[in-house]
Design a protein around this ligand. Structure first.
Ligand SMILES: [Zn+2]
Length: 303
């Protein structure tokens, strides 16, 4: 496997277990140059579906059973509002067109629509699409819509991917599509687990956000910025997602069947949250902000 950032051959990094669904073990490979990592030999697009078949896969099923799910739902409400405020502040707009790729059950798009944004969503899971329609009357499209949008030369003021890029097999193709679909000067927002954050360093191979084989790519701050810069994007900053440290840490202890998972997870989560206030790299997840300037690029190409 070759690094998409620097073309180096990826080397073995660790073995991770799929605690959520299959119990199978997958190797994670890492680039010795930039730190980009990938799950080795993951199930292909036609086989991966069964690895999502879990009641506990909350972002698809909207299940409300259990304490962890309740915490997840509560945090999600807070996070959705923070996401909107962040987008409105950084893009300098309080309305416009937004495309959410991997929109799950549509909670974020619903919030944006309520506040006057023109929304479009793409989600591969049919159950989640149906749920978005049932709850919010949102007509979410399947993944083939991205290709169709590109052919129609559709452009969006804002494109968001909240923890979805790491699930998509065609990484290079997706980045190319993002370039086409983002209006020149628009805002691209990509949230990803941070495999070099504090909680990841504490839990090592057991860190819940490895989430193999569903997570195909495992980015570090450096490798993610390098990849998008290589593709012509301009960084508009990186922001921490402070609450993810709690969720991921509790989940890690729960999956390992440790005693007192909530208490222990809260303790690591609190420490991770505290460190990420001082240093963004310590954050459990990171929000990458990019822009892309089509006009400026074609002008410099002509010159
Ligand atoms: Zn690399």
């Amino acid at each position: 496997m070759i690094c998409p950032v620097c073309q180096e051959t990826l080397k073995f990094y660790c073995s991770c277990k799929d605690y959520l669904v299959s119990g199978e073990t997958f190797s994670v490979l890492k680039c010795p140059m930039c730190g980009f990592a990938a799950t080795e030999n993951p199930p292909g697009p036609d086989q991966i579906g069964k690895y999502y078949h879990s009641e506990a896969y909350i972002s698809h099923s909207d299940t409300r059973k259990g304490l962890i799910s309740m915490i997840y739902q509560w945090i999600r409400r807070i996070m959705i509002r923070r996401k909107r405020l962040m987008i409105e502040k950084i893009s300098g707009r309080d309305s416009g067109s937004i495309l959410d790729i991997g929109c799950g059950t549509g909670h974020f798009l619903h919030e944006m629509q309520q506040k006057g944004w023109k929304v479009e969503g793409v989600e591969p899971d049919k159950g989640a699409r149906d749920c978005a329609y049932g709850q919010f009357q949102l007509k979410i499209l399947d993944s083939s819509a991205l290709e169709a949008f590109c052919k129609e030369s559709r452009e969006f003021d804002v494109i968001t991917m909240w923890h979805s890029l790491e699930h998509i097999h065609d990484l290079d193709g997706t980045v190319e599509k993002l370039k086409k679909l983002l209006r020149s000067g628009g805002l691209l927002v990509i949230a990803l687990p941070n495999r070099t954050g504090y909680d990841a360093s504490i839990y090592g191979k057991d860190w819940a956000a490895w989430d193999v084989p569903r997570h195909l790519w495992h980015f570090s701050l450096y490798s993610m910025q390098k990849l998008f810069q290589k593709k012509g994007f301009v960084s508009k900053g990186v922001q921490p997602m402070p609450f993810d440290a709690f969720y991921v840490s509790i989940l890690t202890h729960q999956w390992k069947k440790d005693s007192f998972p909530l208490l222990r997870g809260l303790y690591t989560g609190l420490k991770g949250w505290w460190y990420s206030r001082k240093k963004v790299q310590a954050s459990s997840s990171l929000i990458y902000l990019f822009s892309h300037f089509k006009q400026a690029q074609s002008q410099s190409a002509e010159a």
